[in-house]
Design a binder for this molecule. Structure first.
Ligand code: CA
Length: 229
């Protein structure tokens, strides 16, 4: 049974999340203080974290950063403010998903299931801790979810990182936009294959010296994309 830790200081919200997740068959524990939550997250074994942003003692930003330094466990961050979500995305703390309060409990359950399934696939493929890909000046740390180009670190959103890492670990293989969309956005209903094009463009702006002549992600006209090695 998958075990989830909810770090949330609003008791009513924590209880609601816990009830729904337990009804879906998960084992759930809750913690209302940031410092205690962080300690438990690091010391105990959980399969997923649901992390509120504003917490007493230690906030969700710091907790997310500390967990990611040590663990690859999926993290879903929740916040009452849309602006905060944009901020955490921008910081590239390595959270796997973000939700703005109020959200429907069934939406939370759906996302929890999707992230657990995804994480299990990742573990199942034998991805090692500190798995690092290095190709011609591009360095991707899959565990820390960080990217450097010629030694300079670049900030990636969750999906940009997922897309780049997926292409880089399947080099010289052509993927259609449809395949990429299904691979990276599999649990989300919104969006379409144009999302892939937009993300590829953003990734190129970060890693390519000349985006008109990409040296990493090549466009195969009429088909899709290929990561060149
Ligand atoms: Ca809070």
């Amino acid at each position: 049974m998958s075990k989830i830790l909810i770090i949330e200081d609003e008791e009513a919200i924590a209880d609601l999340e816990k009830d729904y997740l337990e009804l879906s068959g998960f084992e759930v524990e809750t913690e209302n203080r940031g410092d205690v939550g962080l300690k438990r997250a690091l010391e105990e074994d959980y399969d997923l974290f649901i992390l509120d942003l504003m917490l007493p003692e230690v906030d969700g930003f710091e907790i997310c950063r500390e967990i990611r330094n040590q663990k690859n466990t999926p993290i879903i961050m929740v916040s009452a403010k849309k602006d905060d979500i944009d901020k955490i995305r921008g910081l590239g703390l390595g959270a796997d998903d973000y939700m703005t309060k109020p959200f429907s409990p069934s939406e939370l359950v759906a996302r929890v299931k999707a992230h657990l399934a995804r994480y299990e696939r990742l573990i199942g493929t034998g991805v090692q801790e500190n798995d690092i890909i290095e190709i011609r000046g591009l360095k991707i740390d899959k565990t820390a979810r960080r990217v450097w180009i010629n030694g300079e670190e670049k900030n990636f959103t969750t999906k940009e990182f997922d897309l780049l890492a997926f292409l880089a670990q399947n080099p010289n293989r052509v993927f259609t936009k449809d395949e990429l969309f299904k691979e990276i956005w599999d649990m989300e209903s919104i969006g379409d294959i144009a999302t892939v094009t937009v993300h590829i463009k953003k990734i190129r702006e970060k890693i390519e010296f000349n985006t008109a002549k990409p040296q990493y992600i090549e466009t195969i006209w009429g088909v899709g994309y290929r990561f060149k090695v």
